[in-house]
Design a binder for this molecule. Structure first.
Ligand SMILES: Nc1ncnc2c1ncn2[C@@H]1O[C@H](COP(=O)(O)OP(=O)(O)O)[C@@H](O)[C@H]1O
Ligand SMILES: C[C@@](O)(CCOP(=O)(O)O)CC(=O)O
Ligand SMILES: [Mg+2]
Length: 358
C-alpha cells in the first residue's frame, strides 16, 4: 500500500519573531510549496527512511525497532509526551548518533524515529509492518522557510493517517491533496510541534501551526487557566496580496543553534533583550493593523510604513545576532533599488525576503 501526504509549507511572516519570544505575537503566512511523504509497505523486515533532498538513506532492522518499542515509551497517542533529554539519548542510541553531534541530517533522523515509534507503537499490536518512508519537498531545507515544520507535520499526518488514528476527508472541489477534520488537524499539529522541539529545541509552535492549517495566522503563546503557556492561533482576518522576493543566500545554518544562542543572550542581558522582544512584538501587531487598512487603492502610505517596519525589524534581529553578512548584502543591494528586505525564519543565513511594493 502506498500512501502520499502533502502538507502546506511555511514562509515567514513579513515581520518575524523567533521562537525565543515565548509570549510574543507573530504573523505567519504560508505559500503553496509542498512537502510530500510517501509510505510504502515492504517485505524487507526493516524500517527505511529515504530523504533524497538531504542525500540520506537509513534503514533499521525490525528487530532493533521492536526492542526500541520496549525501551522507548512515548506517551499517549492523543497527548504526545514532551521530548525529554532521556528520550533523545535513547533515540540517538538507536540511530547510532553521537550524543553531542548536531546536524540537519541527525535532527531529521531523530525527529523521524520519535514520530514513527510514538505513533506506530499504538499500531504494533497488529504486528509490525515493514515500511519505507520517503520525504521530498519543494522547500529548500535549512533555509529559514520552515521546512522543518513542513517535514514534522507531514510525517505526523502520514503516520497518523496510516495507523488509522486520523482519517482524510474527501473534498470534491480539490482532491489533489489530503485534507483532515479540525480535530484531526489539531492532533497532527500537536505531533508536529513535538518533532519541531527535537529540531528547534524551544520552538514557539508557529511554524508547525501554519504548516498544518495553511493560510495566514496571528500566533501568540498565552497563559491558560492552569498557568501553562499555550499557543493561541487566530486566522488573520485580512492579508493583502503582497509581492515578495525570496533570495536564498545558500549559507547553511541550523535553527536549533541559532535559537540556543539567542536564549543565551537573553539570559545574559535580560534587561536589554526583553525590550527588543517587546519592540518586535509591537511591529507584528502594527503590521497586522496595517494589513487590515490595506484596501485595493491608495495604499502607498501603508507600503511605506511596512517598509519602515521591515527595516526596524531587520535591525533588531541583527542586534539579537541572527543576521549574517550574506543577509546584510541582500539588504544593501535591494535598498539600492529602493526595496526593503529582512531575514526569514531564524536567520543566520538561508533566505531573505524583500517586499516588492507597487
Ligand atoms: N525535504 C526534507 N528532507 C529531509 N529533511 C528535511 C526536509 N525538509 C526539512 N528537513 C529537515 O528539517 C530540518 C531543517 O531544519 P531548520 O534548521 O529548522 O531549517 P528550516 O529553516 O528549513 O526549518 C533539518 O533537520 C532537515 O533535515
Ligand atoms: C525558531 C523560529 O522562530 C524560526 C525558525 O524558522 P526556520 O526553522 O529557520 O525556518 C520558529 C519558531 O518560532 O519556533
Ligand atoms: Mg525550522
Amino acid at each position: 500500500m502506498v500512501w502520499s501526504v502533502n502538507i502546506w509549507s511555511v514562509v515567514r511572516c513579513l515581520l518575524r519573531k523567533p521562537a525565543w519570544f515565548g509570549c510574543m505575537t507573530a504573523l505567519a503566512v504560508s505559500v503553496n510549496l509542498r512537502t510530500f511523504v510517501q509510505l510504502k509497505e515492504t517485505d524487507q523486515v526493516k524500517v527505511v527512511l529515504d530523504l533524497p533532498d538531504i542525500k540520506l538513506h537509513n534503514a533499521w532492522e525490525m528487530e532493533d525497532i521492536s526492542k526500541a518499542f520496549e525501551d522507548i515509551i512515548i506517551g499517549d497517542l492523543f497527548t504526545p509526551m514532551p521530548v525529554t533529554e532521556d528520550l533523545l539519548s535513547k533515540l540517538k542510541k538507536l540511530a547510532n548518533i553521537p550524543e553531542e553531534e548536531v546536524s540537519l541530517k541527525n535532527l531529521a533522523i531523530i525527529s523521524f524515529l520519535y514520530i514513527y515509534l510514538a505513533i506506530m507503537s499504538h499500531k504494533r499490536k497488529d504486528g509490525l509492518q515493514s515500511l519505507s518512508v520517503k520525504v521530498t519537498s519543494n522547500l529548500p531545507t535549512g533555509s529559514g522557510l520552515g521546512s522543518s515544520a513542513a517535514y514534522s507535520v507531514s510525517l505526523a499526518a502520514a503516520l497518523l493517517t496510516y495507523s488509522g488514528v486520523v482519517t482524510p476527508i474527501n473534498d470534491e472541489n480539490d482532491n489533489k491533496y489530503m485534507k483532515w477534520t479540525k480535530d484531526d488537524l489539531e492532533l497532527i499539529n500537536k505531533w508536529g510541534f513535538e518533532a519541531e522541539r527535537i529540531i528547534h529545541g524551544t520552538p514557539s509552535g508557529i511554524d508547525n501551526s501554519v504548516s498544518t492549517y495553511g493560510g495566514a495566522i496571528h500566533f501568540k503563546r498565552v497563559k491558560d487557566t492552569d498557568g501553562e503557556m499555550v499557543p493561541q492561533i487566530t486566522p488573520l482576518q485580512r492579508v493583502p496580496e503582497l509581492r515578495i522576493l525570496l533570495v536564498n543566500t545558500r549559507i547553511p545554518r541550523i535553527t536549533k543553534i541559532l535559537v540556543a544562542n539567542v536564549k543565551k543572550k537573553l539570559e545574559k542581558y535580560p534587561d536589554i533583550i526583553n525590550p527588543i522582544f517587546d519592540a518586535i512584538d509591537g511591529i507584528s501587531i502594527r503590521c497586522e493593523n496595517l494589513f487590515k487598512d490595506m484596501k485595493e487603492k491608495d495604499c502607498d502610505h501603508i507600503y511605506r510604513e511596512i517598509e519602515e517596519l521591515i527595516d526596524i525589524n531587520q535591525s533588531l534581529l541583527g542586534i539579537l545576532g541572527v543576521s549574517h553578512p550574506s543577509l546584510e548584502q541582500v539588504v544593501q543591494i535591494t535598498s539600492k533599488h529602493g526595496l526593503h528586505s529582512k531575514l526569514t525564519g531564524a536567520g543566520g543565513g538561508g533566505c531573505a525576503l524583500t517586499l516588492i511594493a507597487p
